[in-house]
Write a protein of this length. Structure first.
Ligand SMILES: NC(=O)C1=CN([C@@H]2O[C@H](COP(=O)(O)OP(=O)(O)OC[C@H]3O[C@@H](n4cnc5c(N)ncnc54)[C@H](O)[C@@H]3O)[C@@H](O)[C@H]2O)C=CC1
Ligand SMILES: O=C(O)C1=N[C@H](C(=O)O)C[C@H](O)C1
Length: 264
């Protein structure tokens, strides 16, 4: 039985993760952490799943009262990092879907995981199809290095570009030399028209109500284009990946950044 705590249980992802964790026979949800509520049960909060599970507004207090194996964090980057540091102190393995971590954050957290020999997973995208989209894009970039990313998300999203777009760009950079794209003399008539620049690869972020999470990676070559696209149509699409991460993190003694390292 893997004992789990979830941070962010009222969020889009947190709600889905609560359903997943309580629906799995080998998982036990022991508590949740939400910055607005403390000392109540989930079923006393109308916006939470109606469960007889304690709610804390403080991770330390939560871990003191409920020893557990895995923390699932689905909050914001500042909060997620703090939660991870507390989890490491208590020997709890973090599974983090929260996006917006800097390279320095990931490096710092990796070092701590290594020192403590404690498993941790930060996954910018838990959807299996999105992992494949990233892997296929890396494969295509070897042959078609002119590439741009268009990511589309709901308008409640805080970070841009998305964690998935940043991870895709980094994976492409492993096989593509830094290269400026477009006309050498191009200018932006309006700031931002050419999107964000990752080693010459452009990333464009669209935010609109009605969207969930979508990404298209477009490659251009002489007389041809290639488009690799993934769409998450709901948050349930992420849950098989969250489940797999919770199971896998128990066998790790380092931090793994990206589910592509787990799905071979
Ligand atoms: N890795 C993946 O596959 C996915 C990652 N995400 C990421 O997960 C994060 C959450 O996304 P959503 O659920 O859509 O956002 P959301 O805004 O619906 O939920 C975030 C929740 O965190 C809670 N929160 C904020 N501060 C907190 C604190 N100190 N302690 C406990 N809870 C706190 C908020 O109350 C809110 O309920 C974002 O960073 C998003 O980019 C989202 C979808 C998929
Ligand atoms: O905020 C979201 O919704 C999502 N965030 C992740 C990201 O930033 O890539 C994963 C997915 O795209 C949904």
């Amino acid at each position: 039985m893997i004992k789990i705590v979830i941070a962010g249980p009222r969020g889009n992802m947190g709600k889905e993760a609560v359903k997943m964790a309580t629906g799995e026979e080998s998982f036990e949800l022991v508590a949740v952490v939400d910055h607005r509520y403390n000392g109540v049960k989930m079923n006393e909060i109308p916006t939470m799943e109606q469960l007889d599970i304690p709610v804390y507004d403080n991770m330390t207090q939560c871990f003191e009262n409920h020893p557990c194996d895995v923390l699932i964090d689905l909050t914001t980057p500042e909060v997620g990092k703090k939660h991870m540091l507390t989890a490491f102190e208590y020997g709890v393995r973090p599974v983090v879907g929260t996006t917006g971590f800097t390279d320095e954050d990931v490096e710092e957290l990796s070092q701590i995981a290594q020192e403590k020999q404690l498993g941790a997973i930060i996954a910018p995208n838990f959807a299996i199809g999105a992992i494949l989209m990233m892997k296929f894009s890396q494969m295509a970039a070897r042959y078609m290095p002119n590439v741009e990313i268009i990511e589309q998300h709901h308008d409640r999203k805080l970070d841009a570009p998305s964690g998935t777009a940043v991870k895709t760009a980094k994976m492409i950079s492993e096989v593509r030399e830094e290269m400026k794209q477009g006309h050498p003399n191009e200018t932006e008539q309006m700031a931002g028209a050419r999107g964000a620049d990752h080693e010459g690869l452009r990333i464009h972020s669209i935010r609109l109500p009605g969207l969930v999470a979508h990404q298209e990676v477009i490659f251009g070559g002489e007389g041809q284009t290639l488009k690799i696209r993934h769409d998450s149509l709901n948050r349930a699409s992420f849950m098989p990946g969250v489940k797999l991460a919770c199971e896998t993190v128990m066998k790790l003694d380092i931090l793994v950044y990206g589910l592509e390292h787990i799905i071979e």
